[in-house]
Design a protein around this ligand. Structure first.
Ligand code: 13P
Ligand code: SF4
Length: 338
């Protein structure tokens, strides 16, 4: 039995924020079995992104990339969706499920990429390009989604761009690195918003080259949110699900993984005899751990399921406007069987 001590700070933080009553500070709780119990009692489902800590991945009902998570959120029959990920992901689940309760263990779990596109500035940018269609990466706020024509993720972006007529002018937002990668892949000249993910921009080319020299047989697998000099060193580029599938099916036995380190948990589980080496960041910190994703902990997950807080609440007008481009993404993805 895995007993975890309920951390005093985590509880006090939540008491202050949400006024939870009657919390037994310092109580010993078997978080894994309690979470399973609450899931059944409340007909709740836990959807987790690969960047979550291993304990959270292990209690999740579904673990996936942004597209998979949105598809699961759309089809679930659970009454409560507990989103172990960041705010834009839980918000997307709420946009698709207005009648369901959507919970996020820590409301501060944001995203540097989503923050790099404030809706007011983006609206002006869009107005400066009136004949352009807007494709936005799902890593953005509902405000940006409402200003977009189609949403995409790293696993369907190429297909979505290619499904549009060749002469269609396109704005791609908010990730300039993914945008540049897609321009190269599709040959389409898109106008890019100048946003980026702090985690995927931290990798060091110099250290990666040195690591490759030390591991000559290792395949370098990278997420397309990385900058071009890093991507040019990669043997395979894909979404988190794409990287996981590649590492499982590839004949190689060693991989240098250039994305957030949370994905290594599933890589190691699906191929226990293979070796996965996290790519080194520029400095000596653990900067390739997403500080937003890692705000969620098993304790906070348990507390949020127990007290059904914090909950994602949305303005209905914004929800309706932001749902249209998500629906377009889901329709195109279904058409291509993605
Ligand atoms: P995917 O899991 O869709 O590849 O996205 C990666 C990411 O950065 C999510 O925040
Ligand atoms: Fe946002 Fe980057 Fe963290 Fe993903 S890894 S949630 S894009 S900051």
């Amino acid at each position: 039995m895995n007993i975890k001590y309920v951390n005093k700070e985590a509880i006090i933080d939540n008491v202050e924020k949400f006024g939870f009553a009657n919390i037994e500070v310092g109580a010993e709780v078997d978080l894994f079995s309690e979470i399973e119990k609450i899931k059944k009692e409340k007909n709740a489902i836990i959807l987790a992104h690969y960047y979550q800590e291993p304990d959270i991945q292990d209690v999740a009902d579904y673990i996936g990339d942004s597209l998979g998570l949105a598809q699961q959120a759309e089809k679930t029959e659970a009454d409560i969706i507990v989103f172990a990920g960041v705010h834009f992901m839980a918000e997307t689940a709420k946009i698709l499920n207005p009648a369901k309760k959507v919970l996020l263990p820590d409301l501060n779990a944001g995203c540097s990429l989503a923050d790099s596109a404030p809706p007011v500035a983006f609206k002006a940018f869009k107005e400066a390009h009136p004949d352009h269609l807007v494709i936005s990466y799902i890593n953005c706020s509902a405000g940006i989604k409402a200003l977009s024509d189609i949403i995409c993720t790293s696993s369907n972006a190429e297909k979505i761009i290619e499904s549009l007529p060749k002469q269609q002018k396109i704005i791609f937002a908010p990730d300039k690195n993914l945008g540049a990668y897609l321009i190269k892949k599709t040959g389409r000249n898109m106008v890019l918003w100048n946003g980026a993910c702090m985690v995927h921009e931290i990798f060091s080319v110099e250290k990666l080259i040195k690591l490759k020299v030390r591991h000559p047989n290792a395949k370098v697998i990278a997420h397309p949110e990385c900058e071009e000099p890093i991507l040019s060193l990669a043997d395979f580029i894909g979404s988190t699900t794409g990287l996981l599938k590649f590492s499982k099916s590839s004949e190689a036995s060693e991989f240098i993984v250039v994305t957030e380190t949370g994905i290594l948990h599933q890589m190691q589980k699906s191929a226990p005899n293979k070796t996965f080496i996290p790519a080194p960041p520029e400095n000596n910190c653990a900067c390739n751990d997403c500080p937003h994703m890692k705000l969620n902990t098993l304790e906070k997950l348990y507390l949020c399921m127990k007290y059904e807080l914090p909950e994602i609440i949305m303005d209905e007008e914004l929800r309706i406007l932001s749902k249209k481009p998500i629906n377009r993404m889901l329709e195109i993805s279904a058409h291509y069987n993605l």
